[in-house]
Design a protein around this ligand. Structure first.
Ligand code: SF4
Length: 415
């Protein structure tokens, strides 16, 4: 996609601090992998990271690595290596890119963090199927490769109202992880330490929510594209003081922008809600496309997925079970539609873009009539773009550009 560098979106100053803490995080994992001085767990992005941290594990998130493969546009080259092992080109392209990169022995971490040669080898793999089944199959592959335990939580999916029955079952499964994790970590579970980590995670989540909510201001001080970058600490460092400190800094910067009425996108005319995965290899191109049209894609379901408002340190297992089951991706369409309607109102949205990501049906909510139902109820128009999170062979830049431009024209006429 051609990028016309006319009016770039406003840069966030806190980005330097984020890079610093992310760099510390990756080097600490790398050191532990080399010296074996700490145990390493791999965890799914909305898996029970708090339990792992409380038991002394350093935590690596393969989905974060998958997103890095996408953002660096390396993913498309590695996917065929996983296809050759029998993992279909139609399944999650985080999975296929990540396994492909492992098989090829190449990681984007090496370029971003000199001295890191590979992802940190795990001692245990822990998943939660709350987001999809792909994560279980993905981790199972590494379980066989490294001959290490692969354990997890099986969450109900397509859930309407989250009830006691749902989160009791998930809480029990979380507690059942403790014994095998004690065996791997060689230390006893400490409930007070879990409470401390859940407190930090809750604080991180509350701050992250406040950061994203600043987009409800007119003009918005932040874009969805900023969110996809700045959500890094909420994903990989939740449960740490570093993430809390970072989001305090970021929030202060955005609140100052709000006071000064500084827009992330100059002369903001249209406000868009993004439903679905980002196209990682096109973040800056998409940001530029919308900025040129004086349009701010300012809110999304995706970035909101790391808000866990139910976390309660006084009831850690049940509250974690609740938070990880109340997530949008776990829910039935009716609950999802109610959620989106609230978001449209809160963020004063003019239009919705649905990204139909070919290899992630779990995050593509436009396949069963949702756009039509929501438009009928709210009068807010939508556009569906076809593409993928990581596999750029499934992305048509020209078609996206033409469709987005026509959609903004349609919004213009409506105004
Ligand atoms: S939710 Fe989608 S992108 Fe995420 S791991 Fe599952 S299939 Fe992959």
């Amino acid at each position: 996609m051609t990028e016309e560098k006319k009016t770039p979106r406003k840069k966030i100053k806190a980005a330097g601090e984020m890079q610093r803490i992310m760099s510390e995080y990756f080097y600490e994992l790398n050191d532990a992998a080399k010296t074996r001085n700490k145990k390493i767990a791999w965890c799914t992005s909305v898996g029970p990271a708090e339990i792992l941290r409380s038991m002394g594990f350093l935590v690596h998130f393969p989905e974060n690595h998958g997103a890095m493969l996408g953002a660096t546009r390396m993913a498309t080259d590695f996917i065929p290596a996983a296809n050759a092992l029998g993992y279909s080109p139609d399944i999650c392209s985080y999975l296929t890119a990540d396994i492909g990169s492992y098989v090829k022995g190449i990681t984007p971490l090496s370029k971003a963090y000199p001295g890191i040669e590979s992802v940190p080898k795990p001692d245990v793999l822990v998943y939660n199927t709350n987001q999809c089944r792909d994560v279980q199959d993905w981790f199972a592959w590494y379980g066989r490769e490294f001959n290490i335990p692969c354990i997890g939580i099986h969450t109900h999916r397509g859930v309407g109202d989250v009830t006691e029955k749902h989160f009791e079952s998930v809480a029990k499964q979380m507690e059942a992880l403790i014994e095998p994790l004690e065996k791997v970590s060689g230390r006893n579970f400490d409930r007070d330490e879990l409470k401390r980590i859940v407190t930090l995670s809750r604080e991180c989540s509350d701050l992250w929510k406040k950061v994203l909510d600043t987009a409800s201001n007119v003009p918005s001080p932040i874009t969805f594209f900023d969110g996809t970058i700045h959500m890094g600490p909420a994903v990989v460092l939740r449960g740490t003081q570093q993430a809390v400190n970072y989001y305090k800094q970021l929030l202060a910067e955005l609140e100052e922008r709000v006071r000064n009425k500084e827009a992330a996108v100059e002369d903001e005319r249209f406000r868009i809600y993004w439903e679905g995965m980002p196209v990682w290899g096109r973040l800056s191109a998409h940001s530029q496309l919308f900025t040129n049209l004086k349009t701010n894609v300012l809110a999304s379901t995706y970035c909101n997925s790391w808000i866990f408002s139910a976390f309660d340190p006084d009831d850690p297992f049940r509250s974690m079970a609740r938070a990880y089951t109340e997530l949008f991706i776990v829910r039935a369409d009716e609950a999802k539609e109610k959620y989106i309607k609230d978001m449209l109102e809160f963020f004063k949205v003019d239009g919705i873009i649905y990204h139909d990501a070919k290899t992630c049906p779990n995050n593509s909510n436009c396949r069963y009539g949702m756009p039509q139902r929501l438009e009928k109820e709210t009068g807010i128009p939508s556009l569906t773009i076809n593409g993928d999170l990581n596999d750029l062979r499934l992305v048509s830049d020209e078609q996206t550009k033409t469709n987005v431009e026509a959609f903004i024209e349609q919004l213009e006429e409506k105004k």
